[in-house]
Write a protein that binds this ligand. Sequence first.
Ligand code: FES
Length: 111
Amino acid sequence: MSQQIICTVSDLVVNSGVCALVEVHGEQKQVALFYLPETEQKLYALDNWDPLGNANVLSRGIVGSVGDELVVASPLYKQHFSLSTGDCIEADASVSVYPARISGAHVVLGA
Ligand code: FES
């Protein structure tokens, strides 16, 4: 994925998720962005698509932790997805994660 500026830091919500429509490999895709300024990585980007609930909802999930793992709980069936790997804790499922970072006032997706 090539780097693209997708929004500004002011579009993010602290300790919560927002959704961005981006182009990945020529296809439009919803990406869930989680801004956790007190963590080392600060910004996490995952598919917005919940493969178990079959809906674009992960950006609306509640962020928390399971053990040492930062996760988002899907608002549909409450499965937890790791913010760093995209793996589901309770089921054999995963979502894609994307490199994301803050550069000045901008949010950059891709590497
Ligand atoms: S060009 Fe798509 S992942 Fe790198």
